[in-house]
Design a protein around this ligand. Structure first.
Ligand code: SF4
Length: 201
């Protein structure tokens, strides 16, 4: 992916109690009701627990912003874009980016005891989530929530903490897209873990 898609990453540490400024579950979990994944994925609302219980056990949050420059694509992806397959291309880029990003974040979580990753969007472990068939989660150890799914204002987090303004497509390709992931932790994370992660992308 890094061979053909220009991107950059930022990681910012913030105490959990300061991050809670952006925690507005009534509003942001409310927005999830309009999403096609609402009540279709175990890692998405509605929940039978309070999402604050996923936040309060931790002291620190590491907010990870991955900025993918869509206007600098080349090769096959650019060709597809020129042929008007915008939604398909954006979706493919998103899925490729998530596959790499999710794995790298899980590697950090595995090295750092007492930490928990939040993905940049819905759980994508399975092609179709078992919840749609009223079955229990197939990989409960791998299920991770996202900041938005537990009630954070990710757009404002991106703007104020990462200093990345989110762009919305409104029918044409935006200049870039931003993926916002996080790691909650009870101790400061060894920065060699994530500097390696940034360098190798
Ligand atoms: S691991 Fe699979 S079954 Fe569990 S929440 Fe994720 S997509 Fe659904």
């Amino acid at each position: 992916m890094n061979q053909c898609i220009p991107f950059e990453h930022k990681i910012k540490e913030i105490p959990i109690n300061k991050l809670k400024k952006y925690y507005k579950p009534k509003i942001f979990i409310g927005f999830c009701k309009d999403c096609k994944y609402y009540n279709k994925i175990w890692a998405c609302p509605p929940y039978d627990f309070e999402t604050v219980d996923l936040i309060d056990p931790y002291k620190y949050a590491y907010i990870i912003g991955s900025k993918i420059y869509l206007n600098k694509l080349n090769g096959k992806l650019k060709e597809l874009l020129n042929n008007d397959h915008v939604e398909f291309v954006v979706n493919e880029i998103y899925k490729s980016a998530r596959a790499v990003l999710d794995q790298e974040l899980m590697n950090i979580e595995n090295k750092e005891s007492d930490s928990k990753v939040l993905f940049a969007g819905r759980c994508m472990m399975c092609d179709i989530c078992a919840k749609g068939n009223n079955k229990p989660c197939i990989y409960p150890d791998q299920l991770r929530y996202s900041l938005e799914s537990i009630g954070f204002d990710v757009s404002l987090i991106s703007e104020e903490i990462l200093e990345y303004k989110m762009l919305w497509s409104s029918g044409k390709l935006p200049e870039y897209m931003i993926l916002v992931s996080a790691i909650f932790s009870n101790k400061a994370i060894d920065d060699s873990y994530y500097s390696t992660f940034i360098d190798q992308w």
